[in-house]
Design a protein around this ligand. Structure first.
Ligand SMILES: Cc1ncc(COP(=O)(O)O)c(C=O)c1O
Length: 313
């Protein structure tokens, strides 16, 4: 597809989505209001981006996202009716069909049963895949940085819900924490684990920089193991930065030289203030900026070393 073809869609009504093997107009892809996954948050999903590159539109780390989607389904004993290959093919098809040069892609698997019972064992499932134009998640905050509040709510714990699954229900936890931060005038929340260590944002992983080392909470903080987090670790190591994955106390965040969020939606977003305390000098720091630049190069196909992370549509 030519790199410069822009979306012709004016609003979601004109977008084409994939629903159980068929491309449909967004407005024609419907489910009953009693759909199990709508009532009980029992869907599982993914979020990935496609970027405009010199060689055309390319989806970033498609295989890794599809694999996480499959893992999420497996954890919940949710039968997917499609193989990884079929899902990848469908995702490419949706991006192509919408003629989007860059976009956000949302595959979603759900129990397509409209009944009151909570039980979902062996229940029939459906998958939709939507792709839509999507800019910077935090708007101008991506450049100038955002202000965060440590939540009074704790991040869900894997003894209660599988934190490694990207399941809709998990996000009620993110939503209440994000609401709390917004109500107090902050841009975003940072959740601690049940043990009191720094976990992550509402929908993004967190890094801090101290003495030029990159530090990020490990899996023990009950985080979602982000694809972007993994990308940042590998990119950072490729340019000689030392990366520590370990438990992080919240006061380490307050006294960090730099901090940033990362995620498919957030990409790299500097965190410049936490609970009213300036991080570093209160501006995006040099390592954050460097990693952000490198990340942009990687996702837009300007870095040969990580070229195999891109799937051209
Ligand atoms: C809770 C949570 N943590 C972290 C992330 C970042 O993950 P990824 O980089 O795979 O998008 C996301 C986004 O999907 C998320 O929802």
């Amino acid at each position: 597809m030519p790199a410069r073809v822009r979306s012709r869609a004016n609003g979601k009504g004109n977008l084409k989505v994939w629903l159980d093997g068929k491309l449909k107009k967004y407005s024609d892809a419907k489910v009953p209001i009693l759909t199990h996954s709508m009532q009980y948050g029992s869907g599982i999903f993914e979020g990935m981006r496609a970027y405009e590159t010199k060689g055309g539109t390319a989806i970033f780390r498609l295989d890794d996202h599809v694999q996480r989607f499959q893992r999420s389904a497996k954890i919940y004993s949710m039968r997917l009716n499609y193989t990884g290959k079929e899902l990848s093919k469908a995702i490419v098809q949706v991006v192509k069909a919408n003629r989007l040069a860059s976009c956000y892609i949302r595959p979603f698997a759900f129990y397509n049963r409209d009944s009151i019972g909570v039980g979902a064992w062996n229940a029939p499932t459906s998958v939709f895949i939507a792709a839509m134009p999507f800019g910077a998640y935090y708007g101008a905050g991506k450049e100038r940085g955002i202000r965060c509040k440590i939540s009074s709510w704790r991040r869900i714990n894997s003894g209660i819900l599988p934190v490694e699954a990207k399941a809709s229900g998990n996000y009620i936890n993110s939503i209440i924490a994000n609401n709390e931060a917004k109500a107090s005038g902050f841009d975003e929340t940072i959740l601690l684990s049940l043990d009191g260590y720094v976990a992550e944002g509402a929908a993004e992983n967190i890094f801090l920089v101290k003495y030029s080392h990159l530090i990020t909470p490990s899996a023990s903080a009950d985080i979602l193991m982000g694809v972007t987090r993994d990308s940042i670790i590998k990119i950072a190591e490729s340019i000689g930065l030392i990366v520590e994955e370990r438990e992080v106390h919240k006061e380490e965040l307050y006294s960090a030289d730099e901090a940033f969020f990362c995620g498919t939606a957030a990409e790299i977003t500097p965190v410049v203030n936490i609970d009213g305390i300036r991080i570093g000098n209160g501006k995006p720091g040099p390592i954050t900026k460097l990693l952000s630049q490198k990340y942009t190069e990687v996702v837009t196909g300007q870095n040969k070393e990580f070229a195999d992370w891109l799937t051209y549509v």
